[in-house]
Design a protein around this ligand. Structure first.
Ligand SMILES: Nc1ncnc2c1ncn2[C@@H]1O[C@H](COP(=O)(O)OP(=O)(O)OP(=O)(O)O)[C@@H](O)[C@H]1O
Length: 237
């Protein structure tokens, strides 16, 4: 199968109501690894992820996958910061993306049950998804995003509002997905998390990529005063 990556953004820009929210951004997402998109509140992390997944149309510039956009779209998933679930059972939620792709019901259900085991959701399969706790919902959202075995997963703050234990649990699943060959691009406010799991970092400031590169180098020796200030928890202008 031909790979969907790399994803290449050239001068990619998103404007809303006359304001530049993101861009111009030049960025390549190659195969393998976990990219942490970091930056202060309002720096454009969510907007950039939405652009890459095709939820926002670029105002100018270009964004190219190595395959046509319609094909690329079927090979990627997105996890929203606030998990969105169907008002149906956990099992139905897990089977849904497979059914959408035309997988027969029995096969979809078997795959849904298998991923539920991995994500420790088996005991909850018959429960209505909206009744789950925050940590369980986030696990369900991630499991549902991965049930199609996407080549790329975009995750917007996948551990926002989770406690330490639930966060570590999600991180284990993210690392396992990356080990299994899914390319991860995630935003996070949690620098401990970025240090723990990211292979590379994209540091956004005012909608532009201010610094990017291997995570270890970024955290050990940030190149700009703004990145240093951000990592120190100071206000970044
Ligand atoms: N649809 C929209 N229309 C107008 N402005 C928007 C829209 N979506 C986002 N913005 C603005 O774009 C900027 C970037 O927002 P975005 O949510 O991408 O940042 P973020 O880095 O993810 O922020 P946070 O860390 O607070 O989640 C913000 O100033 C936000 O108010």
């Amino acid at each position: 199968m031909v790979a969907v990556l790399p994803l290449t953004l050239r001068a990619a820009t998103l404007r809303r109501r006359g304001q530049v929210l993101v861009g111009p951004v030049d960025l390549t997402i190659g195969p393998g690894g976990i990219t942490a998109v970091i930056g202060p509140n309002g720096s454009g992390k969510t907007s950039l992820l939405r652009m890459m997944h095709g939820l926002e149309r670029l105002t100018s510039g270009s964004l190219d996958w190595s395959l046509p956009p319609a094909t690329a779209r079927t090979r990627q998933s997105y996890v929203f910061q606030r998990p969105v679930v169907l008002r149906r059972s956990v099992l139905a939620n897990l089977a849904y993306p497979l059914r959408l792709r035309g997988v027969p019901p029995a096969t979809a259900e078997a795959r849904a049950r298998a991923i539920a085991t991995t994500f420790e959701l088996t005991a909850l399969l018959d429960q209505p998804a909206p009744s789950l706790s925050g940590g369980e919902l986030q696990r369900l959202a991630l499991a549902r995003a991965l049930v199609t075995e996407p080549e790329v997963l975009f995750a917007d703050e996948p551990c926002a509002a989770l406690d330490g234990r639930a966060t570590r649990q999600i991180e284990r699943h993210l690392l396992a997905a990356a080990d299994g060959g899914t390319r991860l691009v995630m935003s996070t406010h949690d620098m401990g998390q970025a240090r723990r799991i990211a292979t590379d970092v994209v540091f956004l400031l005012h909608g532009r990529v201010h610094e990017s590169g291997p995570a270890a180098a970024f955290f050990d020796a940030p190149q700009t005063p703004q990145a240093r200030a951000f990592l120190n928890g100071d206000i970044v202008e």
